[in-house]
Design a protein around this ligand. Structure first.
Ligand code: SF4
Length: 174
């Protein structure tokens, strides 16, 4: 029987590269950890692309019936970001691709510096994790070993002592 695809909203294809065990509470972090691991698994999985709440949002305490409840206009703004990411990747909401194809596409089409524009307003942006994570993945790809890497490895080698401490504190940007 075919497996259900993973459902990811467009901009979460970027967030996956910067995830370092931080988030909006334990349930959210554990769920995201599991999803990021699946996203970077060497064997790949099928992913259905969304521009609305997805499998990551499903464990977020800020999720409301109408979508992201982080601020009054959070869902329309987040949806616009999803669509911008998908357009840059040449994809549309509802399409399915493998995680392997999506990882490669993000790495080819997103210069890390572009996140400054695409992710403007995100509380995680200034930490720099996402730009660093994407850059590290691109370097692995250029060495020919990117298809099978997980961010676990990337993150562990990239973490400074200060970042490990921050990780423990599980900070939540506003
Ligand atoms: S800056 Fe925010 S929206 Fe952009 S990839 Fe990082 S967590 Fe995701």
């Amino acid at each position: 029987m075919p497996q259900e695809p993973l459902h990811l909203r467009g901009h979460h294809l970027l967030c996956a590269f910067g995830f370092r065990g931080l988030g909006y509470g334990r349930e959210f972090v554990e769920n995201m950890e599991r999803i990021v691991k699946v996203f970077f698994a060497p064997e790949g999985v099928e992913i259905e692309l969304l521009a609305g709440p997805d499998d990551i949002c499903g464990a977020c305490p800020r999720l409301q019936e109408e979508g992201c409840g982080q601020a009054a206009d959070a869902e329309p703004r987040t949806r616009a970001r999803d669509i911008a990411v998908l357009e840059r990747l040449g994809l549309k909401e509802g399409e399915r691709r493998t995680s392997i194809a999506l990882r490669g596409l993000v790495a080819r089409r997103f210069d890390p510096a572009l996140l400054r524009r695409t992710c403007a307003g995100c509380g995680w942006l200034d930490k720099g994790y996402c730009e660093k994570g994407l850059e590290a993945f691109q370097q692995k790809l250029s060495r020919g070993d990117g298809a099978g890497v997980t961010t676990d490895k990337t993150a562990t080698t990239a973490f400074s002592r200060k970042e490990r401490r921050e990780r423990k504190e599980r900070q939540e940007p506003g």
